[in-house]
Design a protein. Structure first.
Lengths: 224, 224
DNA sequence: GGGATATGACCTTTGAGTAAGTTACCTCAA
DNA sequence: TTGAGGTAACTTACTCAAAGGTCATATCCC
């Protein structure tokens, strides 16, 4: 007579998995792997802990699924932008714009990508390596163009600048997440102004050409 | 007759506290608060866990002492640089240089400052707020000058750029920590080259004057 | 009735924190 | 000089709570 709530509720596995995955992404992305509890995620998803284990095997398995979903979503968006014909700082700006738009409905995906409390071995580490490679490759491309443009061919300089660029993206997205109510479009404009400011207000002709050409930003009438 | 190893070894409290603090800084700074274990730190310091509790009260108390030590060391260095007469990007460069030199003997202090697994309430949060304020104030000053220089007076732009600058510093230090063997001086030169590159190779005259004046960097002959 | 969906109750590990006792040093009276 | 007592330094062996993970069982659909 106990265990009264047991028994199937007629929800197919695929549906439940998606439901659990969604809850897991939000919790892992918000609190990080270490502080998240499987029981908590199960509660958020409206089911019990053993079902999570039945479907995902372990906390790590659940994280892996969440990570793969989030990383694929973001990496795909960045690659989509990279496939465009934009170069240099304009490409950077378009990447940021794409990220803001992609993250708007599920901002926690960003933190999921860089969770420092995630396990650093096993399948999770492998998956992280794959996506880090995919994303870093794009950043390296962009930074490489810029370095060529200014005549610095030191590979370590390029490596360091890539790190700076990726952290700058992180900073901008984090800042945005801390300022709810700012739309992706506004944020993209802000990034454009900041790039201009950093470039010393007087961009060299090549870059100015790239920047001014295709993006309808900054000018008096703002999009939003 | 059991508990054979008990009993004082004649080491005064102040000495032991320092010894424990040193071990704690390294462990907390390397693995982060969450993954660090008090027993492990005690072992590293060559004493037993209860002694740590007798001297520091709790894991959080031990972390607080470590954090205060590290944060004070770094904040003091940044303020020392800020008290100089340098401005704008040169000041940024000097700040980086000071950090590289300060961190050389105890690099783990950096991660201690930004440990995301540290408790986010209680005394630790308060201490973090204090030091975050002190450090952010310096960054805001520097960024403010730059924004004035380029004519952007949007406070949110300044806020976002401050975040970008601080993350860029973090990126450079992290990159440096990942490349052992690079000296602080070499790293400072690299930062100079990167700032030049980002500025589009053609700095506006005001900045170029500042940069070129006092720092003997960038020129053809590289240290490494 | 068989298999998929589902759960309450349990086991187990890990690490923070504590109780209680042990040893050594220091001081001071005789 | 000595030795008795007080105190600071120090440890072993424990408690306790949280969270990952499992087991046995229950319900429902085909």
């Amino acid at each position: 007579m106990s265990r009264v709530n047991a028994g199937t509720k007629g929800v197919p596995r695929a549906d439940r998995e998606l439901q659990i995955l969604r809850a897991a992404c939000e919790v892992f992305g918000t609190m990080g792997f270490a502080k998240a509890s499987v029981a908590g995620i199960a509660a958020d998803a409206g089911i019990s802990k053993p079902l999570v284990y039945q479907y995902f095997g372990s906390k790590e398995g659940l994280f892996l699924a969440s990570f793969n979903y989030g990383a694929e979503t973001l990496a795909a968006e960045m690659e989509r932008v990279a496939a465009d014909d934009s170069v240099g700082l304009e490409r950077g700006l378009r990447t940021l714009d794409g990220l803001f738009r992609t993250l708007e409905p599920q901002p926690w995906l960003w933190r999921l990508l860089f969770d420092p409390s995630a396990p650093d071995d096993g399948e999770v580490a492998a998956a992280r390596a794959v996506y880090t490679d995919r994303i870093t490759r794009l950043a390296v491309e962009g930074v490489g163009e810029l370095m060529r443009l200014v005549g610095d061919d030191d590979p370590l300089d390029a490596s360091a600048l890539t790190a700076v660029w990726m952290n700058a993206v992180d900073a901008l997205i984090t800042w945005w997440l801390d300022h709810p109510g700012v739309t992706p479009a506004e944020m993209t404009e802000r990034c454009h102004r900041l790039i201009t400011a950093i470039s010393g207000a007087a961009l060299p002709p090549q870059l100015a050409a790239h920047l001014g050409a295709e993006l309808p930003v900054v000018s008096p009438g703002r999009t939003q």
